[in-house]
Design a protein around this ligand. Sequence first.
Ligand code: MN3
Length: 198
Amino acid sequence: MSFKLEDLPYAYDALAPYMSAETLEYHHDKHHQAYVTNGNKLLEGSGLEGKSLEEVVKESYGTNAGLFNNAGQHYNHLHFWKWMKPNGGGALPAALAKKIEEDLGGYDKFRADFINAGVTQFGSGWAWLAVKDGKLVVMKTPNGENPLVHGATPILGCDVWEHSYYIDYRNARPKYLEAFVDNLVNWEYVEELFNKAI
Ligand code: MN3
């Protein structure tokens, strides 16, 4: 199955002032499009045509770096757009809040740990909330890597590549991560993935 770039689930200016239309135009239309275009070229003849995106990501990891980087980033970004919404953040769905309390020491600790994961990811990468062996974990990964290749299922991720925040926040990655958690996260979509993963 070839990769396809879907439209954003909201208008380009819908996440302002936390993420600008200019950032979303470059990030979605240029960066994500390039992962899709290059991923499709590298998928051809890889032996992984016909596999699901998740299977391509897992099976190309460690065996086909070019394909993995692009397929991984396609997977990460198609969820990233859905992990945000206008007027996001705020109260968590009850079942997810309870699980965060049990596994991660409560929302405030989760928030601090998630932001810290993003801040301390040296260079490009992602901060994650994932389900591993039935438990929630906070993780970070470099470049296009994600929890799928570490035996976990991502339910929330924040892109900390500079292209995700430099137009709006310059070098202030912590401020971008705070705005993401407090004002952008679409907790209903996180809950949907949590229910599937658990
Ligand atoms: Mn990106």
